[in-house]
Structure formats: C-alpha cells, structure tokens
Design a protein around this ligand. Structure first.
Ligand code: SF4
Length: 141
C-alpha cells in the first residue's frame, strides 16, 4: 500500500474513534489518554496491526498512538526527487537526529523506527487537533 492510501484509510479509522469519544463527552486530555498503546490494544484492536501481537512500533514506556503518523513526515508516492540512481519517496522535515534514510534497493524511505517525537502525550497535546488530517496536512507533498 502506498503512503496516500494508508493516509486515507488511517484518517477514517482515527475519525471514527474520535467521533465516538466526543459523543461520550471525553475531554481532549481523556481522548489522548484513550489513545495510549495499552488502552488502544484492548479497546481498538483494528486500529493497528501490531496490537494483536502486543508489539510497539517504538520501544518507549508510554507510547501514545493518537498521532500515528508524524506531522514532520513528508512524502510523495511518485517520488520526491531523484538521488543519482535512487528515488527519494519520503523524508523528515525537521531532520530529527533519531530518524534516518532507509535505502531499499533503488528506493529511499524515511525510517522513523528510532524516533519517538510524535508518540509522547506531551507532544500530542501540544499539537492536538480532533481532525487527524489537519495535524498531518503538510505531510503529502
Ligand atoms: S524522524 Fe521523527 S520527527 Fe522525523 S518524521 Fe520520523 S517520527 Fe517524525
């Protein structure tokens, strides 16, 4: 699945959950807490394929899933640019020291596996929007 298709599907899943929680009158803070990994794997097992394996995408204690993906991620399914014989498909806009370029044959994709920037509760609350697409509006180039 390409980035755009994943974004479309993920946005809908996120929207459905947030709408459900808003109908229950949960506060912004309570919604973010609901999106904690431990809560989500019990309450929303279809949100992420890793929940069924009880596996975190990032090995941090309080992993928050509200933002998955990251507002700093940039992508173009058709390629951002050519780099010699390779094509860059995604990168980190803030050049996080914990991110890196993953080279897969002739394709280069941003590898965020060691970066926890969008997964802390503090970061999520600071950049909070009910609409996931609004938080991610700069991602698609
Ligand atoms: S490296 Fe970190 S800050 Fe950069 S796009 Fe990935 S998760 Fe976001």
């Amino acid at each position: 699945m390409g980035y755009s298709e994943w974004f479309k599907q993920h946005a809908q899943k996120h929207k459905n959950i947030v709408e459900k929680l808003r109908k229950r009158n949960l506060s912004k803070e309570q919604i973010v807490e609901y999106f904690d990994f431990e809560s989500m794997k019990k309450e929303e097992e279809d949100f992420c394929p890793l929940y069924a394996k009880d596996k975190k995408c990032h090995n941090i204690d309080s992993l928050n899933c509200y933002m998955c993906a990251c507002p700093n991620f940039r992508f173009d399914d058709d390629g951002v640019k050519k780099l010699e014989d390779k094509t860059l498909f995604s990168f980190c806009a803030i050049n996080s020291k914990d991110g890196k370029a993953g080279v897969y044959g002739v394709k280069i994709h941003q590898n965020c596996s060691l970066c926890s920037v969008p997964h802390t509760k503090e970061y999520v609350l600071e950049h909070f929007e009910y609409e996931w697409t609004k938080m991610m509006q700069k991602c698609k180039l």
